[in-house]
Design a protein around this ligand. Structure first.
Ligand code: C5P
Length: 406
């Protein structure tokens, strides 16, 4: 996966303890193919030295407006003109205030003012500084000026306090920057997804589940968000972090997943059922842990009852959203997937031939729609997810232009 090949980024590092995380961000962006030009403020260089960024980016680092290495002394123009985006991480309260007022008293603020490209900032500061009305006013101003504000997150802070103001983790900033460059094929659409396995309890510690990792569903949530959609992800029990900006609803059982979906389905345009929902659940659930020698042994013989088919029920609504199903099969993929598409009345089925079981980072799928079959991959799950999202976007646009021409 090298999503940012050919992208030229200016990475601005201002003075905050989160500057140490900017080194990891630089490494991730470079690994993803981006050309990264680090620009440090004086305070930023107090926290991490320019040498760190030089080593990680393989390029000269810029700290000074009067740097003699630039022949015409116009570093602020040269660096900002050729950039596809400027990313400031961490962005201190002071630097955000400067940006909001258009100050240009050092190299980084000058090149932000002289830019002709998008600007993304990842604020990092003490919670009280974040909550200060002046900072909040500046953030509103920056948003109004079209600057993209990533985070901040809430949690433990270097000062020992806990609250809002922590910089997003490098992985989340990297994902947001990569997503920023994606085509907005689902702009304005509301997408509801299910992901992961379900867990059907037998007693407080035991239950029936499956090996779904949730990776494909989470990758799709990220791809849909990057395509401009408003995304809600109903997830079974998995240990994955939700992509930032995605509304996450955690559930355990199929019945909980069903309820969570039904509560939200009327407000979505696209429903994607990626979850491996258990088809059956135990008829009874013991309140106390079952003992192996209990007279009435629910462990030796488990009576099961069918779970609702969430996807089929959504697709059968009077005014259903655009419905996408998944078919993971270990044989006869084409037959089963096409069958599922027709029976459940789905616009699209993503067929997945289970060769190495579930849980890998790569995948190869075939999309089945009324036009036929469209193979995707093998590729990383995020690339497969972007391909599926692009296909959904194209189908939705096609449907609308067809409606308009009638
Ligand atoms: O019929 P089958 O379970 O193979 O269909 C798989 C598709 O249906 C997946 O998209 C899955 O998320 C969805 N599904 C569901 N509710 C169920 C079973 C499957 O939404 N109870």
């Amino acid at each position: 996966m090298a999503e940012m090949i050919g992208k030229r980024l200016v990475l601005g590092v201002t003075g905050g303890i989160a500057a140490y995380k900017a080194a990891e961000l630089a490494r991730r962006l470079v690994k993803d193919g981006a050309e990264v030009h680090a620009v440090l403020t004086r305070a930023g260089a107090q926290f991490v030295t320019p040498v760190t960024f030089q080593a990680l980016t393989g390029r000269p680092v810029w700290c000074d407006q009067w740097d003699a290495r630039m022949p015409d002394n116009m570093a602020h123009i040269a660096l900002s003109r050729e950039a596809d985006a400027i990313v400031i991480a961490p962005a201190s309260a002071d630097f955000l205030a400067k940006l909001a007022h258009g100050l240009a008293d050092d190299l980084l603020s000058t090149l932000c003012l002289a830019r002709a490209c998008p600007l993304l900032v990842a604020p990092a500061m003490n919670r009280q500084m974040w909550e200060n009305p002046a900072t909040q006013r500046n953030i509103r101003q920056l948003r109004e000026d079209g600057i993209i504000v990533l985070g901040p997150a809430s949690g433990a802070q270097a000062c020992g306090e806990t609250g809002m103001g922590r910089m997003l983790e490098p992985e989340a900033i990297h994902d947001a920057v990569a997503g920023f460059f994606q085509p907005k094929t689902l702009a304005g659409r509301r997408v509801l997804l299910t992901a992961g396995p379900t867990f059907e309890a037998l007693d407080p510690v035991r239950g029936l589940t499956n090996l779904s990792s949730g990776k494909m569903g989470f990758a799709l949530a990220r791809a849909a968000r990057d395509a401009g959609a408003e995304v809600t992800l109903v997830s079974g029990p998995v240990a994955l972090p939700a992509p930032c900006g995605v509304t996450r609803v955690d559930v355990t059982s199929a019945l909980e997943m069903h309820a969570a979906v039904m509560q939200r389905v009327a407000a979505c345009d696209v429903f994607i059922g990626v979850a491996a929902v258990a088809d059956y659940r135990p008829v009874e659930r013991a309140d106390e842990k079952l003992k192996k020698d209990d007279a009435h042994d629910m462990l030796r013989q488990i009576a099961l009852t069918a779970n609702p088919d969430i996807l089929a029920e959504v697709a059968a609504r009077p005014a259903p959203p655009f419905c996408v199903g998944f078919a993971a099969e270990s044989r006869d993929l084409e037959r089963y997937a096409e069958d599922k598409r027709r029976k459940k009345r789905l616009a699209l089925v993503v067929g997945n031939l289970l060769r190495d079981g579930l849980g890998g980072d790569e995948n190869a799928v075939i999309l089945f729609d009324e036009q036929g079959r469209h193979p995707l991959g093998p590729a990383a799950k995020i690339d497969i997810a972007r391909g599926i999202v692009a296909h959904i976007g194209a189908m939705l646009t096609g449907k609308e232009s067809h409606k308009e021409s009638l």
